[in-house]
Design a protein around this ligand. Structure first.
Ligand SMILES: [Zn+2]
Length: 326
């Protein structure tokens, strides 16, 4: 699970507030009962002192067992008395229990030193929310990707049928999403505007994030703007965008080449691509540029890594967005 730092911290905040809420609700229930049943406080004092006195048993030798047994009896009797009093006053059995959202980890997010199921679920839903806040992820699924927009005839220029080519790409992407893992391949999607590159990469993102993977999606322009703003201090909130881009489970850079390319953005891009190749984490890049255009815009050290290591797809057909408007 490679989520961004602020998703982890939002999850911890949410867990803490669940825990606080459960405990303060329990306290309110307890205070209410204590007001109705004055003996309750005394009984609880006995229960607490029995717990503390166990310490005295250390060093008692042979007498320790009997001493502990007596304490246990005292404690049990007090518990029984308390239950009877609560019942008589009309309270249910669990009135004084802290009702945690997750009884397994008591809303701490960890159980036996491992991350609890509730915590994983929370991270997953926060990641999904973050992704859907930045883009209408629910609109881009495999189910609503329509292959019928691609001509079936063989294009005389390229010698291929766009429909067949796109059917293959579609199948690949669908399987890729179904089998997605942090060791999945990186993909490079070429092609002109409106051929479905963004749609398919977001469909993959939707499946991956639902499976519990941390996905960061952004247009190259937005990603670099954000890094520049942080780097040059326009945003006071010192964040860890670059680190998140390096560490997340799946990084999707949309529309590479549409951004304003500078020495700074080139070195950031190289750094991200290189680090992710080293750690084996997948990236999906889409671009309207041709391979030659990419080479012209970026340094060879960047493009050679992408061409050498990424699975490449050339999208073809006619602009779907225009066809949809006909
Ligand atoms: Zn839990």
């Amino acid at each position: 699970m490679g989520y961004s730092e602020h998703i982890y911290s939002s999850a911890m905040k949410e867990l803490q507030s669940r825990k606080n809420r459960a405990e303060s609700e329990q306290k309110a229930r307890h205070d209410e009962a204590a007001e109705k049943i004055p003996e309750l406080i005394e009984i609880e004092r006995i229960m607490a002192s029995a717990g503390l006195e166990v310490v005295k048993a250390i060093g008692m030798g042979a007498d320790a067992n009997e001493f502990i047994e007596n304490l246990a009896k005292k404690n049990l009797a007090a518990q029984k008395k308390r239950a009877e009093l609560l019942k008589a006053a009309g309270y249910p059995d669990d009135w004084l229990k802290v009702k945690y959202t997750c009884p397994i980890c008591r809303d701490t997010g960890f159980t036996h030193g491992r991350i609890c199921r509730c915590h994983k679920e929370l991270l997953r839903s926060l990641a999904y929310k973050e992704l859907s806040d930045s883009v209408h992820i629910e609109k881009y699924t495999f189910d609503n990707f329509n292959l019928e927009y691609y001509p079936k005839n063989i294009d005389t220029k390229t010698g291929i049928s766009p429909y067949e080519r796109m059917s293959e790409i579609f199948e690949y992407c669908k399987n890729y999403a179904e089998d997605f893992g942090t060791d999945s391949d990186s993909l490079l999607m070429f092609g002109e505007t409106g051929l479905g590159k963004t749609h398919l990469s977001l469909a993959i993102a939707g499946v991956a994030v639902t499976k519990g993977y941390g996905v960061i999606y952004g247009s190259a322009q937005n990603i670099f703007n954000r890094i520049e703003n942080e780097h040059f201090g326009k945003e006071t909130n010192e964040s860890d965008t670059v680190q998140s881009l390096i560490d997340c489970d799946l990084l999707i850079i949309d529309d590479l080449g549409a951004e304003f390319v500078t020495q700074f953005t080139k070195s950031i891009l190289y750094n991200i691509i290189n680090m992710r190749l080293q750690s084996g984490l997948p990236v999906i890049i889409s671009t309207n540029l041709t391979p030659e255009g990419l080479e012209k815009n970026y340094e060879r050290r960047i493009t050679s890594r992408i061409f050498g290591e990424y699975v490449t797809f050339a999208f073809c057909g006619s602009d779907i967005r225009q066809l949809k408007n006909l």
